[in-house]
Design a binder for this molecule. Sequence first.
Ligand code: FES
Ligand code: FES
Length: 154
Amino acid sequence: MISLSINGTKQKLDIDPNLPLLWAIRDVLSLTGTKYGCGKGLCGACTVWLEGHPVRSCSIPVAAAIGSEVTTIEGLSDNNTHPLQVAWHEHKVPQCGYCQSGQIMQAAALLKDNAQPSEEEIEQAMSGNLCRCGTYPRIKKAIASAANHIHSEK
Ligand code: FES
Ligand code: FES
């Protein structure tokens, strides 16, 4: 049995510790907001947090998450009210939507550590998250808008 903490809930799972974390999240726990894109750590669609840091869940085994808090898009906020989720909605960011939970988890990690990122910092932080629909300009606008919101709330 493997014990994991996901979105604040302790889970006991009867799974192979070498199973990629993404499979445990999607197929075992049915948290399907996190997506499978490339399976090779190259696209960012599977991004979740491990102890608040963004990781590619397709590329790390479940064993690496034992003893750490895993946060998926479902655990980012209550009722989709994280400033990024609000900004994503306002700026109508998604097209097909497939990459977007990974984009948001990556962006949320950035804003957690740097609430006022420059354009360059946003670009750098988001450079590993691919979007086949080319929503990059809207993603950047939404991150800047969420950062302004967070700043004005302080
Ligand atoms: S599915 Fe994990 S990085 Fe592409
Ligand atoms: S919105 Fe379609 S892949 Fe990003």
